[in-house]
Design a protein around this ligand. Structure first.
Ligand code: FES
Length: 107
């Protein structure tokens, strides 16, 4: 398997209601994970991009959280509507989506 140019980790962590940290699961991450997977398959970019649902990435109160390597760029409050832009601009175009990057104080 060739090493992908970009590896995107999409938080899929859920926690019980009332948990002090909350979770991306409470903020709609399931749909975001599904959209990343759907677009990855539609775009057939398997050698360029890897998509991995993952556990907690840290900034739960800014989720859904998405982390892209090799740059180590963290996106927050990602919605289904943002996924196309992340694919086209960052994962395939090499230009991070500035408006979705979490503050440096967070990551
Ligand atoms: S639950 Fe998603 S970042 Fe913590």
């Amino acid at each position: 398997m060739p090493r992908p140019e970009k590896h995107v980790f999409v938080c899929s962590q859920s926690r019980p209601g009332g948990h002090p940290r909350g979770s991306c699961g409470q903020r709609g991450c399931r749909e975001v994970v599904d959209e990343f997977t759907k677009q990855w398959q539609q775009r057939q970019c398997f050698t360029q991009v890897a998509v991995t649902p993952t556990g907690c990435l840290g900034p739960c109160n800014m989720g859904p959280s998405v982390l892209v390597y090799p740059e180590g760029i963290m996106y927050g409050n990602v919605t289904v509507a943002d996924v196309s832009e992340i694919f086209e601009e960052h994962l395939l175009g090499g230009r991070p989506v500035e408006r979705l990057i979490v503050p440096a104080s967070v990551w």
